[in-house]
Design a protein around this ligand. Structure first.
Ligand SMILES: NC(=O)c1ccc[n+]([C@@H]2O[C@H](COP(=O)([O-])OP(=O)(O)OC[C@H]3O[C@@H](n4cnc5c(N)ncnc54)[C@H](OP(=O)(O)O)[C@@H]3O)[C@@H](O)[C@H]2O)c1
Length: 370
């Protein structure tokens, strides 16, 4: 194992390249960009070595399906960052990291992934390895936002996080595996939020958030994120909490989504490829400006005898940067050892929130409390 070297699986993908770029700017770490296309990995490494000072990036041919290859590559690094659309290979990647004895961070949203990682959590603890899952902005930011604002209250009672995510899909060069994984993720969608002291699943779990002058009022649907589950235990006064997500565009939301989900639930395996192509087309064709991402936390509770309401707004014009910068801010805390501890953690729960949001602001994310 080499200290201060990180392998990014999917290192030349949209998210991976940006993680690499900002991590090089923010730290003295060395990187290996890995994926199934060596030419692309080498081109991305060469570009980073030119644009960011120093020759700190190399390229590696690596397939997440190949556990022996993963183990060989992991012997060169202290951590793997999984920024590849490879949730189906989570067991391979996690087991290879455990076998070699390196740390792990991923930015994937996947229920089966979490089940696999949880089944390996004891091994992580016993081996003293730090696994951080659900990195990025959703998952990744909502629980950290609640933890950041919670000290403003003596008794925090409600904490709802809404999000509007308007991405210029046409400008992205996503791998077909990513779109297919995205469709699978939609099948795992759980409309769950915490109401009156219990987690409740209901398609009527919706809330309207006012996202300000650009995006206005939007109805958002509850979406269960693992990181939110520990909040009621950590803040026992909390009566209501949850994460709520807005739609993509009118065509995908109102025309494509329901029939696609019905077809997928009937034919699953056979339907994934055609449905993922159809959804990708709908996202490309009907997603129009303004683009940007906003996360809005609405919290209320008591400060002494005063009932208080607070909002925390996090925004960035580029949804991909808002995915990547939280990962980098988390890795900065990991690299200096301040949050490195054995076991399985969610990014939203493991980061120290004050420094985390200060670093995000320094790197260009707008954050304000109202
Ligand atoms: N948490 C969040 O907030 C958040 C936000 C955005 C995206 N994400 C997730 O991040 C992941 C990457 O997204 P992206 O937008 O960066 O996608 P992308 O641009 O398509 O990049 C995916 C990368 O994964 C690599 N890859 C795919 N299959 C692989 C395999 N079997 N072995 C090794 N590498 C493989 C691809 O390269 P090759 O195909 O050439 O191997 C590519 O480099 C997705 O799972 C996405 O859901 C999370």
């Amino acid at each position: 194992m080499k200290n201060n070297t990180i392998l990014i699986l999917g290192g030349y993908g949209e998210a991976g390249r940006l993680i690499a770029h900002y991590l090089l700017r923010e730290s003295d770490v060395r990187l290996i960009l890995a994926g199934r296309n060596l030419d692309k990995a080498q081109a991305a490494a060469a570009e980073l070595n030119t644009t960011v000072f120093g020759q700190r990036v190399t390229a590696q041919l690596l397939d997440a399906a190949d556990q022996t290859g993963l183990e060989k590559a992991f012997a060169q690094v202290q951590m793997v960052v999984v920024a590849s659309s490879t949730s189906q290979y989570t067991r391979n990647v996690a087991q290879a990291a455990l076998n070699i004895g390196i740390d792990y961070l991923d930015i994937l949203y996947s229920t089966p992934k979490l089940e696999i990682l949880k089944s390996l959590a004891n091994q992580m603890k016993q081996q003293g390895l730090c696994f951080i899952s659900d990195g990025g902005f959703h998952p990744g930011l909502p629980a950290a936002m609640v933890r950041y604002l919670a000290p403003e209250f003596e008794r925090l009672e409600t904490a709802h996080v809404g999000s509007v995510i308007k991405v210029n899909w046409e400008a992205l060069r996503l791998s077909p595996a990513t779109i297919e994984e995205f469709v699978l993720e939609m099948l795992e969608f759980q409309p769950v939020c915490f109401t009156n002291g219990e987690w409740r699943r209901d398609w009527k779990n919706r809330r309207t958030f006012d996202f300000g002058t650009v995006f206005g009022k939007q109805k958002c649907m509850a979406m269960l994120l693992e990181e939110m589950k520990s909040l009621p235990q950590n803040y026992p006064s909390l009566k209501e909490t949850g994460f709520f997500v807005g739609g993509f565009n009118w065509f995908v939301d109102n025309i494509l989504m329901l029939p696609s989900m019905m077809i997928l639930s009937i034919w699953r395996g056979r339907a994934i490829r055609p449905i993922s192509r159809l959804l990708h087309w709908g996202l490309n064709k009907y997603s129009k400006p303004p683009f940007g991402t906003v996360l809005l936390l609405e919290a209320s509770g008591w400060k002494g005898k005063q009932f208080t309401k607070r909002q925390l707004i996090i925004e960035h014009g580029d949804g991909y940067l808002l995915t990547v910068l939280p990962v980098v801010a988390c890795l900065l805390q990991y690299l200096d050892g301040s949050i490195r501890k054995p076991g399985l953690w969610m990014q939203g729960n493991v980061v120290e929130p004050k420094r985390f949001f200060n670093d995000l602001q320094r790197m260009g994310v707008a954050a304000k409390i109202q």
